[in-house]
Design a protein around this ligand. Structure first.
Ligand code: NAD
Length: 283
């Protein structure tokens, strides 16, 4: 008999997501019949606050779990029966697992996905001082990952200073005020100048947000640059960073490792993340 797994992704505009292919191809390699459904809240006329209705429906229909994306990662929390420790700390859930007892438990594999991608792609990168550009959802996961794996100090920059300040406040509580600070846009050159590395976590470089997120003159040999955008995999920032002699990491690793960590939670099986990385580059 085939073992099966029924999972899905809830969010806005999830149509182009690569998650179905990543999960289904990995499941195929395990001899597991996996259906990964896309559940777009937009055509359903459901807002982020309506995600609970969909989570309950999925549980009743026998789903094994769900991935949750923008704009539901926070609003889903009140509809769950429990949270992993890191999802509770982050206040964001991207993976829900339905237990046999019917309980829905929220996890966060965005931060662990970035941490594993960073360890694999920039294994001995210095982490004394890191500039993080973008303090939204992806930035929060990246910041948690970097401070968890031992970065000494993080400098947050966001064109919306309130977002940078808000994230800095929660990180300071979690990791200590000495390890986090913010800079206004005009302070970015000096901050990058002092930094060992830069992580980019704004949407800049996607088709809808073309261009570079910072002046190319700030890129220099010796600075490593990690990208969170993964569509496209090769962003103008990565190209400019490589041209400037920087070591680089693309956003594909974070996307794959968050999926791999979710696959393990959904199925209890150990995913082959290297094979999933190869799959991503073919998709
Ligand atoms: P978001 O809207 O929550 O946050 C983006 C933040 O960037 C906002 O606070 C905004 O003010 C800020 N910003 C925009 N332009 C800026 C600039 N030029 N300089 C400084 N700050 C700027 O978005 P998000 O959910 O965090 O997603 C950001 C990107 O990360 C998207 O491209 C998304 O696809 C990608 N992402 C990738 C992964 C992955 O697994 N690789 C996971 C999550 C998100």
């Amino acid at each position: 008999a085939w073992e099966s797994c029924l999972v899905g992704l809830i969010g806005s505009g999830v149509g182009p997501s690569l998650s179905p292919a990543l999960h289904q191809r990995e499941a195929d390699r395990h001899g597991l019949r996996c259906l990964y459904r896309l559940i777009d809240i937009d055509p359903l006329g459901i807002g982020p606050e309506g995600v609970g209705e969909l989570v309950r429906a999925a549980a009743r229909l026998g789903f094994d779990g769900l991935n949750i994306t923008h704009p539901c990662k926070q609003t889903v929390i009140e509809h769950l029966d429990g949270l992993s420790e890191d999802a509770a700390l982050l206040g964001a859930v991207n993976t829900v697992v339905f237990g046999e007892d019917g309980r829905a438990i929220g996890h966060n594999t965005d931060w662990s996905g970035f941490a594993r991608s960073f360890a694999r792609g920039l294994p001995d990168a210095p982490t004394g001082e890191i500039v993080l550009l973008g303090a939204g959802g992806a930035g929060a996961a990246v910041a948690h990952a970097l401070l968890t794996v031992g970065a000494d100090r993080l400098t947050l920059a966001d064109t919306d200073p309130a977002r940078a300040a808000g994230l800095a406040g929660t990180l300071a509580e979690r990791f200590g005020a000495a390890r986090v600070r913010t800079v206004p846009p005009e302070g970015l050159p000096a901050a990058v100048d002092r930094a060992d590395g830069l992580v980019h976590a704004t949407p800049t470089g996607m088709a809808a947000h073309p261009g570079l997120p910072l002046p190319v003159e700030l890129l220099r040999t010796g600075l490593w640059v990690a990208e969170v955008v993964y569509r496209p995999l090769e962003t103008p920032l990565l190209a400019a960073a490589r041209a400037a002699g920087c070591r680089t990491l693309d956003g594909g690793g974070m996307a794959v490792f968050q999926a791999a960590d979710a696959f393990r939670l959904f199925t209890g099986r150990e995913p082959d993340a290297e094979q999933m990385l190869t799959d991503l580059s073919d998709l």
